[in-house]
Design a protein around this ligand. Structure first.
Ligand code: C2E
Ligand code: CA
Ligand code: CA
Ligand code: CA
Length: 277
């Protein structure tokens, strides 16, 4: 206890110094990354459990760092949300995803692409204007871009968030509610939100074939989805047994390493060709 008491008088502990140094480093590196276009999108398939065919893909951000190689979003996304860098990154990301969807469309592949949008990005309406500009430039974007939001987007100002969702929908986007079950929203709140798809968080899906509690939760969300016209995606499906169980109870779509990992656009094209054989 004496030790701890002493420590509270220190302004910067060695750990804090390290943290500050890391933040400064990250900030510099990420600003450079934006300028030098070091970000890439990987795409992970969502599978229609009824037909076994591709339903859409989710665009997932990667940072191709010169010093650290391919960096996953878990190591920098939160920081970009706090510092505001997510705004320019998100702007690039939306353009890139729409560009990719349009190239696939030209090649005869109609692949819907869902883009993750964080609460920070919903604080201003610029994000909707970006999608509007893209739709005006390339009409294919109208039917090919979807938006993934988390429950945290509705905490601060639910009405404003709902208003933005409606604007997205007018531009042809569908709204997916991401990581469902990990946040605060109740089932009744769901019925107020203009969402099209609920993505059940991986924590409920892992081992679901053997977990009765998770099974009853997923069944009740399914019942609600049927009543209100949402579709359901199971995230993080890793085994055949999980996939089988989810199909049997009537879940619409699945995403996870059992089907495919997130991959660059060209790899996705090869994966699709291989799947058709
Ligand atoms: P998320 O939106 O829930 O994305 C799904 C994450 O689960 C991805 O991690 C994906 O690679 C991983 N995943 C998919 N299937 C499986 C599976 O079967 N098993 C396991 N263990 N994991 C699986 P990733 O790409 O590292 O992204 C992590 C999070 O970073 C995302 O979670 C999302 O919250 C955030 N993120 C990624 N890209 C963006 C972006 O462009 N914008 C924003 N705002 N956030 C992003
Ligand atoms: Ca997501
Ligand atoms: Ca998710
Ligand atoms: Ca997540």
């Amino acid at each position: 206890a004496k030790e701890a008491g002493k420590q509270t008088y220190r302004v910067f502990s060695p750990e804090m110094n390290q943290k500050v140094a890391k933040y400064i480093w990250l900030d510099t590196e990420l600003r450079k990354a934006i300028e030098e276009k070091q970000f890439v999108l990987h795409y992970q398939p969502l599978i229609n459990l009824c037909t076994g065919r591709l339903h859409s893909v989710e665009a997932l951000l990667r940072w191709q760092s010169t010093s650290r190689g391919l960096v996953p979003p878990s190591e920098f996304i939160r920081f970009t949300e706090e510092s505001g860098l997510i705004i320019p990154i998100g702007r690039w990301l939306m353009r890139e995803a729409a560009w990719q969807a349009a190239r696939w469309h030209e090649a005869g592949l109609d692949i819907r692409v869902s883009v993750n949008v964080s609460a920070r990005q919903l604080r201003d309406t610029e994000i909707v204007n970006q999608l509007r500009d893209l739709v005006e430039q390339d009409s294919a974007a109208r039917t090919l871009i979807d938006i993934e939001l988390t429950e945290s987007c509705f905490i601060e100002d639910e009405r404003a968030a709902i208003d933005l969702m409606r604007q997205f929908k007018q531009l042809g986007a569908r709204i997916l509610l991401d990581d469902f079950g990990t946040g605060y929203s109740s089932l009744s709140q769901l019925t107020r939100l203009p969402i099209d798809v609920i993505k059940l968080d991986r924590s409920f899906i892992t081992g679901i074939d053997q977990n009765f509690q998770a099974q009853s939760l997923v069944r009740s969300v399914l019942g609600l989805a049927r009543a209100f016209g949402f579709a359901i995606v199971a995230e993080g499906v890793e085994t055949e047994r999980e996939a089988q169980f989810l199909r049997d109870i009537g879940v619409d779509y699945a995403q996870g390493f059992f089907y495919a990992k997130p991959m660059p656009a060209e790899a996705l094209e090869a994966w699709l060709l291989d799947k058709k054989k």
